[in-house]
Design a binder for this molecule. Structure first.
Ligand code: SF4
Length: 339
């Protein structure tokens, strides 16, 4: 599966599911949005396996996106989830910080996990490069490509002119002959970067929130409505908690994503519009307002939301990349697509 195909499903409600396999990570990148570290909690495999056991030929996510922490600290679990997905028609993607390639080569358990997935993404940016050399990441990606697995690179940078980003994207293009797509996003003021990175609330536009489309299975099995795991873990607003992977089937999660009036409204008129229609005040930024919608006594009617849903366009991959801050590099998500 190509990165652009994956991204083009990212705004389709319930087309995919994000799965955070662990909070642990052997790296300590200064910008880590999940504040992952070596000693962070890691829960049992059971909720993930139980949840994947509810995927069927008729009802399964189209994409299962595995992340963390560092998901490849659990290569056996990655392999089992990917096998389960493949058996019923779900594609699996995994995003790694590439800790394992610092010693050169790819250890056999990790090779087996990577060979099992349909898309392999590596993080690379100025912070990761302090932990894992660029040359090791490139060498590992050449190896993964030789196995026939689609790959991509995910990077972040400052908004506006960022010489590091310019150099990196040029180097990736030259190293892989424009065959490996790159997703460039703006640095987020979250996790370890919360105290020093500039806030860009407009990354989440004041309009519809595309992040309310795919649920997140958090590392302890809690199912949240969107990818803002750290905040939702802390606040647990009932309208954004969809269940627990240990005992909630995919079919139920999908129904909740598709039918929740809160989520339908956030996806169509956005959290600010929804709060305004409900007579609520802005309660601190876009996500803060969204969390506060739990107290909304009235939400737009089913009829209104059905009409509004017809007006929300599908977002092409490069448009989505541009919204996330790719700027002049938005086209890089398409590199290698016709290969
Ligand atoms: S909390 Fe609400 S506004 Fe923020 S990303 Fe999640 S769904 Fe979107």
């Amino acid at each position: 599966m190509h990165l652009a195909d994956l991204l083009s499903l990212r705004t389709v409600p319930a087309a995919g599911v994000l799965v955070s396999l662990t909070d642990r990570c052997p790296l300590s990148c200064a910008h880590c949005s999940t504040s992952s570290n070596r000693g962070a909690p890691q829960f049992g495999e059971e909720p993930f396996l139980a949840f994947s056991g509810t995927w069927t030929d008729e009802s399964h996510p189209e994409v299962v996106f595995l992340s963390g922490g560092e998901p490849l600290l659990r290569p056996g679990l990655v392999r089992r989830l990917a096998a389960r997905g493949r058996a019923c028609g779900a594609a699996t993607a995994v995003l790694s910080g590439m800790y394992f390639c610092r010693s050169g080569g790819i250890p056999p358990p990790i090779e087996r996990a990577i060979r099992a997935v349909d898309h392999f993404s590596a993080s690379i940016d100025v912070f990761h490069e302090r932990e894992v050399p660029r040359t090791d990441v490139f060498a590992a990606l050449h190896t993964v490509r030789s196995w026939g697995v689609e790959v991509s690179l995910h990077t972040v940078g400052a908004r506006g002119h960022d010489p590091y980003l310019r150099d990196l994207v040029d180097r990736i293009r030259d190293e892989f002959d424009s065959e490996v797509p790159v997703l460039v996003a703006s640095l987020r003021s979250a996790g370890r970067a919360a105290e020093w990175a500039p806030r860009h609330d407009d990354v989440l536009s004041v309009g519809p929130c595309e992040f309310a489309s795919w649920p997140l299975i958090d590392s302890d099995g809690t199912i949240f409505a969107c990818c803002q795991g750290s905040m939702l873990r802390r606040l647990r607003p009932p309208h954004l908690v969809l269940g627990n992977a240990a005992d909630t089937a995919w079919r139920t999660v999908r129904d909740r994503v598709l039918t929740s009036p809160h989520l339908r409204s956030v996806r169509t008129i956005g959290p600010i519009g929804t709060a305004s229609a409900a007579g609520l005040r802005d309660s601190g930024g876009i996500c803060g307002t969204c969390v506060g919608l739990d107290s909304a006594e009235s939400l737009p009617s089913d009829r209104f939301l059905t009409s509004a849903e017809r007006l929300v366009p599908a977002i092409p991959a490069r448009t989505l990349a541009a919204r996330w801050g790719a700027g002049p590099y938005a086209d890089a998500v398409e590199w290698g697509r016709s290969r």
